[in-house]
Ligand binder design. Sequence first.
Ligand SMILES: Nc1ncnc2c1ncn2[C@@H]1O[C@H](COP(=O)(O)OP(=O)(O)OP(=O)(O)O)[C@@H](O)[C@H]1O
Length: 582
Amino acid sequence: MAAAAPSSNLMGLSALSFPFLTSDQPLSKPSPKLHRPIRRPITITPKASIISDLVLGVGVGLPCTVMECGDIIYRSTLPRSDALTLTAPGAALALGAALPRSDALTLTAPGAALALGAASYLWATPGVAPGFFDMFVLAFIERLFRPTYRKDDIQIGKKLGEGAFGVVYKVSSAKNNPKQGDLILKKATEYGAVEIWMNERVRRACASSCADFVYGFLESSSKGKEAGEYWLIWRFEGEETLSDLMLSKEFPYNVETKILGEVQDLPKGLERENKIIQTIMRQLLFALDGLHSTGIVHRDIKPQNIIFSEGDRTFKIIDLGAAADLRVGINYVPKEFLLDPRYAAPEQYIMSTQTPSAPSAPVATALSPVLWQLNLPDRFDIYSIGLIFLQMAFPSLRTDSGLIQFNRQLKRCGYDMITWRKTVEPRATLDLRKGFELLDLDGGIGWELLISMVRYKARQRTSAKAALAHPYFNREGLLGLSVMQNLRLQLFRATQKDYSEAANWVIGLMARSGTKKEGGFTEAQLQELREIQPRKGNVKRNALASALRLQRKIIRTLNESMDELNRQRKSLWWSRWIPRQE
Ligand SMILES: Nc1ncnc2c1ncn2[C@@H]1O[C@H](COP(=O)(O)OP(=O)(O)OP(=O)(O)O)[C@@H](O)[C@H]1O
């Protein structure tokens, strides 16, 4: 009978099929005990386990040392806690090698919390996990299938603009592709590399946010030019930017049929204008949310950089030359700023100047969710969008001089829109009054959204996503809000409050209760917390302060040298990514 054992090769069957077989019986020769029914439970000794392994080794399945065949026999009598435990190798085995039921998975509460925490971190803005997928999978697949262009394929037409970083032309393709239509070509200087990178990222992550990017390459055949030019090609989206449309006396009616497809069934007036402006704002915030969700901050949002796409009937963002990709730290240099002062937020930097530039792409990627949350760089663009909203509401602020004057007034009011309103409203012109009336429609919900964007502190500004969920975009206005929408509005208002007063109150409270005995802060410690200048005359204290200053200086110098090194390393990295043509 024992000789038959090797023929039963399936996992654990040697023991299960022959319940009368004791574990210490030799398998090679027949045993006289075989015919005696055995009543006592079987225990598999190490020796038997080895034999069993040998037997099972020739068949399909795992040896008993892995399977714990004894456990299978006694499964029904095992205590629950022994039966179910999830270990990493166990999980891998379970998935890959079909473990027996006794090793089934159990998810413990700490395990689940850990897995959830890791997943949230990896998917939090700007998205470490999607970033890896994008860079190592999508980017390569895209390269295989996208259309490519050479210099000779392009017939240059009308010059459309010339900026500090390049010249833009309307062009057509010499390739016989009637569907392609007209194209836009930008011949750019060294910043073209960054712009190609950003446009490719956007095309994969949120194509509808920006003008349709076709191809970009380094053209290095032109004689006399050492570095060569970057050629960037887009689909021609349309003739007009938001700036062109806003400067027309007909605004916003000149946009109505473009975006809504028809003239609204309303008389000309505030309500109709409000509806058009709402639609434009929704499109702008949607485009911006796409960019921010993938970790890109534009840094140069202005009506001149928003094009109306005639094909898609929507506004799209253009000119990503000053953008920063905070997922991998490209074009992010904390102390460098390339901005249009008319639309720039007061902080001027998207990241704290204490944050050194990201060390290398993998490290920057790994740290990106933390840095994003610490700095909220997207709020820089939100300020600019807020100013565009303001210009749409107040016709007198649509000109450069009007906007510059407003910026001066707002600065004098400590960047507080409520103070600004109190200052200008009593002696407001007809134009200004019309703007306030428009924003005050529906219980002032437009004004509320506006001031949630135009704030001094970046942290107090709303995000593009939160702004899109604001009831300003609800068609029925405040009265039509559901219970959930009302709750969301209350939450939005709560997050918009200025908590600096609360912080002062907490510090005051800590001071009152602060005694050494109770373990709170003493007045002296709070003094340090508030960063009040140290008192003069204390030699020990002054020496300590000098040492701290020196330490800070050393760290700053180190950071700056790192920045410099990284900048050089990173520029090499971009260049390698971009196709070249001789
Ligand atoms: N995809 C597009 N479709 C249609 N027109 C476009 C497109 N891209 C750019 N343009 C036109 O070209 C002009 C210049 O583009 P862009 O702002 O990208 O160039 P730039 O060199 O950075 O200019 P500037 O420095 O003045 O901002 C735009 O104002 C717009 O009129």
